[in-house]
Design a binder for this molecule. Structure first.
Ligand code: AMP
Ligand code: ZN
Length: 112
């Protein structure tokens, strides 16, 4: 059985894919907790960071660089947060490694 993020990135389920390259895709979080709330998702399925090893850890660096790029593209580079929930104990709901990119609070308050 394929997971929901694998299905979205494979376009088997609807989802707004904002950016994609050979390694990862970026979608908007369906239940945003910030004015800009994106999810950076490796195309290859990993349950969580716990599944990474020496051979696959490069994907983590790519996720950070994609977060930086998306923060610039969405005009939030002056202040943004990245978050990875790992495991049920941390509140991970979707068991496919992903990074939350959140920001845009200043913009919403008109302080920019
Ligand atoms: P986590 O708790 O770290 O696993 O985060 C899962 C995130 O995925 C939550 O913020 C959800 O709002 C979001 N989410 C769940 N399903 C979808 C979907 N179909 N499209 C976009 N975001 C989703
Ligand atoms: Zn998956």
């Amino acid at each position: 059985m394929t997971c929901i993020f694998c299905q979205i990135l494979a376009r088997e389920l609807p989802g707004e894919i904002l950016y994609e390259d050979e390694d990862l895709g970026v979608i908007r979080d369906v239940n945003p907790e910030a004015p800009v709330h994106l999810l950076i998702i490796p195309k290859r399925h990993f349950d969580s960071m716990n599944s990474l090893d020496e051979k696959t850890a490069q994907i983590a660096a790519k996720m950070f660089l994609a977060a930086k790029k998306m923060a610039e593209a969405h005009g939030i580079q002056s202040g943004y947060k990245v978050l990875i929930n790992n495991g049920m104990g941390a509140g991970q709901q979707v068991r496919h490694l992903h990074m939350h990119l959140m920001g845009g609070w200043e913009r919403r308050q008109g302080r920019r």
